[in-house]
Ligand binder design. Structure first.
Ligand SMILES: Nc1nc2c(c(=O)[nH]1)N[C@@H](CN(C=O)c1ccc(C(=O)N[C@@H](CCC(=O)O)C(=O)O)cc1)CN2
Length: 312
């Protein structure tokens, strides 16, 4: 029987375990603060930022929000980051990606004080991750590690295929999984758009992490029985397009109202027939991404205050 992994439930458990960390910090006179910066009018980015702010408010992390016009010059964003770097109430800074084309993303990420880089994207933090001394693990791959751990999926000696080589998910995921650690020790293959015979690679895997950003790239025919399938894709697909593509696909009422449907990088119905365990979209990896951002913000505050909060 295939296990459908409940990301919301795992995220809720980790969030509950973060509460005592906040109490310890409060006793030391610190309330963690997360600054979110949105320079986009993309609906998905707006949704993710508001989910992050809500999660902060629910847990007791101060949420400080900044919005910049997507047409503003890049310097406006650099100036805002400089202010947030200097603000003692801000422990973590998150610049929501993607950024407008005229803004140099790497320059932005490098402008953030690495001790406030709760995304873990600054080169200093990437270097620390690769060398096995992480400060902030990037939220989505860290969340996937937590999810595999919670589900009892052994990574030691496992063949893991990561599909996608982004700096946000694919590369840090591969790096975390090869580390000498209880949640690592895997043999990792990273596949991407130039990989020859992707299906041959995924069929050999014990665990597939699909993070290519291509709707339903992986289907059941590309998996062997018993695989654990982690779907990172959160693709918004036009409801009318989807209906005409596949008459069997049923969209619910709320999808029709929104005008789009969320589709993973995995074709869920066929993959479910082969997988031992699989994450759904929505309700799989996404909630963990938010929770691990809270985790990193608490870690940033505890490092600054020099207080051991015993993070879960
Ligand atoms: N600065 C960053 N930008 C982006 C990151 C990131 O980690 N840091 N990751 C992605 C998007 N992302 C977070 O920002 C994100 C994506 C999806 C979810 C999520 O919970 N999805 C829900 C469905 C939500 C919906 O209804 O649309 C789910 O899967 O259940 C959270 C965060 C790109 N940018």
């Amino acid at each position: 029987m295939t296990r459908i992994i409940d990301g919301n439930e795992i995220a809720d458990r980790i969030t509950a375990d973060l509460e005592p960390c906040l109490e310890t910090l409060a006793d030391a006179g610190t309330t963690p603060g997360l600054a979110t910066v949105l320079m986009s009018d993309d609906g998905a980015s707006e949704t993710y930022v508001s989910m992050k702010r809500q999660a902060c408010n629910d847990l007791g992390i101060e949420s400080i929000h900044h919005e910049l016009d997507p047409d503003a010059p890049a310097d406006a964003l650099f100036d805002r980051i400089d202010e947030l770097n200097d603000d003692p109430a801000v422990h973590g800074i998150l610049v929501q990606l993607p950024l407008p084309d005229h803004v140099d993303r790497q320059a932005v990420l490098e402008r953030i004080d690495p001790r406030k880089d709760v995304d873990g994207f600054h080169p200093e933090n990437v270097g620390r991750l690769v060398t096995g001394t992480p400060r902030f693990k990037p939220c989505t791959p860290h969340g996937i590690q937590k999810l595999l751990e919670a589900e009892g999926v052994e990574t030691e000696g496992a063949d893991v295929v990561v599909v996608g080589r982004s700096n946000i998910v694919g590369k840090p995921m591969a790096n975390l999984l090869v580390q000498k650690s209880d949640t690592g020790n895997a043999t990792v293959t990273v596949c991407h758009s130039r990989t020859d015979d992707l299906a041959a690679k995924t069929r050999d895997a014990d665990v597939v992490v699909a993070a290519a950003g291509v709707p339903e790239l992986i289907d059941g025919s590309m998996l062997s029985p018993g695989t654990t399938v982690i779907d990172v894709g959160v693709n918004r697909v036009d409801v009318s397009e989807r209906r005409s593509e596949d008459s069997q696909t049923s969209s619910d009422q709320s999808d029709t109202e929104k005008g789009y449907e969320l589709v993973g990088d995995v074709e869920f119905e066929s993959a479910k027939e082969k997988a031992d365990a699989i994450t759904p979209v929505p309700g799989g990896v996404g909630p963990l991404t938010i929770t691990m951002l809270l985790y990193n913000t608490i870690k940033a505050a505890s490092l600054r205050a020099d207080v051991d909060v015993s993070l879960p």
